[in-house]
Design a protein around this ligand. Structure first.
Ligand SMILES: [Fe+2]
Length: 181
């Protein structure tokens, strides 16, 4: 029987996917190129919303159960999620090519970068989970994450990059996300 993918690997894959979308949106060559920008922003909103919900449903309960001081850490992380969600709601209402959308994307990028550092960085949440849970338990959470993600992922077309580079598909527990036309 194939082994499940460790939950932390799946969540790190999400982070890479989001970073790639920020990379496209922040690339000065691509900033004002219309159609694809709106679709890329929609994709970013979807990826971040689904990621936040999955962490709240699956990751943070595991943090509360297993990590020393986990309750406090999870509460803090959930507060930050609320701020990110408010920014996503705001961004969804904006003209994708507007200056205000550009500024909000910068603000969002900073928040998400600090979220990623808090989780993946040295002494971060993922390291603390690896220290307090065994590999098997982390692997057991993998399928829960994959299922929650599949259930929430609306099939929206993924835009081509402005230079015609297709987005890389992301392997999430054997199911491919992204890379669709
Ligand atoms: Fe995360």
């Amino acid at each position: 029987m194939p082994r499940n993918v460790n939950a932390l690997v799946l969540l790190s894959n999400d982070h890479r996917a989001v970073e790639e979308l920020f990379g496209r949106l922040r690339n000065p060559k691509h900033v004002n190129r219309g159609v694809n920008r709106g679709a890329t922003i929609d994709r970013l909103i979807q990826e971040l919303s689904v990621h936040a919900e999955i962490e709240e449903e699956i990751l943070y309960p595991a943090v509360r159960r297993n990590v020393d001081g986990g309750r406090r850490l999870a509460n803090h992380a959930e507060e930050e999620h609320q701020q990110v969600k408010a920014m996503l709601d705001e961004l969804a209402q904006m003209d994708p090519d507007s200056r205000e959308a550009e500024e909000l994307i910068e603000e969002l990028h900073q928040s998400v970068s600090s979220h990623v550092a808090e989780q993946e960085g040295p002494d971060g949440l993922f390291e603390q989970l690896r220290a307090s849970m065994d590999e098997e338990s982390l692997q057991e959470l993998g399928p829960q994450i994959t299922e929650a993600k599949v259930a929430r992922t609306v099939k929206t077309p993924v835009p081509e990059d402005d230079e015609g580079v297709k987005p890389r598909p992301i392997d999430v527990g054997g199911r491919m996300f992204g890379g669709r036309r």
